[in-house]
Design a protein around this ligand. Structure first.
Ligand code: NA7
Length: 540
């Protein structure tokens, strides 16, 4: 692995996942001298590290890819409604190979810190493999890339194996016949529990807050499905980019209580049968995430399904959520059915929390110890800003990103911070809450537009080692205005009332609005306005 010592580039891209790959592709096309680095051994980002059994995107396959390679969209093979981690990784490797992007990438290389040099107008970046300087720093660190480890004593005492799903290093042979405890039942927990139940000896889900999940509709695609998608791809992407959540599900405005109880149930049933969490939340009624009464209806429907599916009434009761239905919507391939297996059970750690890890397993507050061979931590991530806070990023006047976000996490358009010139964020805080591949493309297109604007206005030559005063820096007022807008958008949203990672509650960070909830279309309209307005929020 090479050293980066004293390398000077136009842009350093940090991260080689969905975002970093596309940013590399775009900036190479602009004519930039580009370096992309990633801590992992190869491309993939989230999909490099999340290798746990059952890891799957819950966006339908045909949308979990880049929209811009029209030929590839027609020909790249896939055969199921959703893609599992190994196939996603293969797809990303394929794109990197097809566009010969590997030559710009260096792996096992971690950005430790980055300091803005105001005299030279560039970033001085420290990595574990040496220093480099870059006029633009493009952080594509991943929305969910810093694992969240639960704070409980005794991890070092455990005689078995402990593994976080985002740092998975077990083979399925390591689980066969074993007594396995899974802490966490979010998207990841639901997937891993469903996938390993058939092979483990005993499976205990240490569950704090039960969650709502609906069927995904996973399975092989029917004859003719692919050709139908291929024929309509152009329109499909147009619809996606003109929608709020970008999942190509109908986003209806009809109100729940304009329908009779029978009609309501039938509508929920249709969404349930078709599958997909975003469809269930956004295609049944338009007020499920804003009206408490409509939300209660959706929640009751899912609870009734739990009663129908789970044979043991005690298990069914434990699986029924207490919260409203307003976390990121989940879907599954038979999660509730899994609890009908005699080797699968739930330990309620809400009323009786885990107190410590012992040599043999997990102990709860009532001093009962559950003996285990393997503990799986499906405990999620320090999402969004978590990936930044562990780095020493220092902007103008010595202000660190930590200082900048001390009172609230904010980023203009989710892509830029005041006081951090020429620093760009991909899937950072306050970007759109929607299907991530189109979000990432939209943000990177906007970043590239900003960079091209600044290059055009001063006529700098790419590839030339530069001490040019070329900068793009968003104003404090514009950054604050965006952040205020993000806050206003969630005023009436039920999302704010639950305790997941979307508002930072899982890591006990001050609750601030970490997404732009007006949707993908509104975000892209805003980008257009900024471009047409000649980027007036910058360099004021
Ligand atoms: P999530 O959705 O943050 O879920 C984490 C889970 O871990 C959740 O069930 C938590 O319970 C649980 N948790 C965390 N700490 C503890 C402790 N100390 N004790 C018991 N349970 C704990 O992460 P995921 O990886 O599942 O999904 C993240 C995103 O990835 C997902 O939304 C998709 O976008 C893809 P809690 O609910 O806080 O009570």
């Amino acid at each position: 692995m090479g050293s980066l010592s004293e390398k000077t580039v136009d842009a350093l891209i940090v991260g080689a996942g969905f975002g970093g790959i596309y940013a590399t592709y775009r900036l190479v096309k602009v004519g930039f001298n580009v370096q992309c680095i990633d801590l992992a051994e190869d491309v993939g980002g989230t999909w490099w590290s999340n290798r746990y059994p059952g890891a799957m995107s819950d966006t339908e396959t045909y949308l979990y890819r880049y929209s811009w390679d029209k030929e590839d969209l027609q020909t790249y093979p896939w055969s199921t409604h959703y893609v599992y981690q190994p196939e996603i990784l293969k797809y990303l490797e394929h794109i990197v190979q097809k566009y010969e992007l590997r030559q710009y990438m260096q792996f096992q290389t971690e950005m430790v810190g980055a300091v803005w040099d105001d005299d030279a107008c560039l970033w001085r970046i420290q990595t574990n493999r040496g220093y480099l300087t870059a006029r633009h720093l493009v952080n594509s660190l991943g929305i969910l890339s810093t694992p969240n480890y639960p704070n409980m004593p005794g991890f070092e005492d455990f005689q078995g194996k402990i593994v976080h799903t985002a740092a998975w290093d077990l083979g399925s042979a390591d689980l066969r016949g074993k007594r396995v405890g899974v802490i966490g039942n979010g998207s990841t927990g639901v997937q891993v529990i469903t996938a390993i139940a058939p092979i483990v000896g005993q499976l205990l889900s240490f569950q704090r807050n039960p969650q709502y999940s609906v069927p995904s509709g996973q399975g092989p695609i029917a004859d003719g499905y692919r050709s139908h998608i291929n024929k309509n791809y152009k329109q499909i992407w147009q619809d996606v980019f003109n929608s709020a959540v970008g999942f190509n599900v109908p986003e209806v405005s009809r109100k729940c209580f304009d329908y009779s109880p029978e009609e309501r149930r039938q509508i929920f049933q249709e969404c349930w049968d078709k599958g997909n969490g975003f469809r269930f939340m956004f295609s049944a009624f338009g007020d499920v995430t804003t009206s408490q009464a409509a939300n209660d209806e959706a929640a009751s429907f899912i609870k009734s399904k739990i009663d129908e599916i789970v044979k043991d009434p005690l298990k069914a009761e434990k699986l029924k959520p207490r919260e409203i239905y307003a976390r990121r919507p989940l879907c599954d391939s038979g999660y509730y059915q899994t609890f009908n297996k005699s080797n699968v059970d739930i330990v309620d750690v809400y009323s009786n929390p885990i107190s410590r890890v012992t040599a043999d397993g997990l102990q709860t507050a009532d001093r009962h110890t559950y003996p285990l061979d393997v503990i799986i931590l499906a405990t999620g991530f320090d999402a969004l800003e978590g990936s930044y806070l562990r780095l020493n990023i220092v902007g103008r006047n010595g202000e660190t990103i930590k200082d900048h976000w001390r009172d609230s996490t904010k980023a203009y358009g989710g892509i830029a911070c005041a006081g951090f010139p020429n620093m760009w964020l991909v899937s950072g805080p306050q970007g759109p809450f929607a299907n991530f591949p189109p979000v990432i493309e939209s943000e990177i297109d906007m970043i590239v537009a900003c960079i091209e604007h600044s290059e055009a206005s001063t006529g700098v030559q790419h590839g030339v080692e530069s001490n040019s005063p070329l900068i793009m820096e968003v104003s404090k007022e514009a950054e604050q205005a965006w952040s205020d807008k993000c806050e206003q958008l969630v005023e009436n949203s039920l999302f704010k009332k639950t305790s997941g990672w979307i508002f930072g509650a899982n890591v006990k960070r001050r609750q601030s609005t970490r997404f732009f909830f007006a949707g993908l279309k509104a975000y892209r309209d805003w980008c257009k306005e900024v471009i047409e307005g000649s980027f007036k929020d910058f360099n004021r």
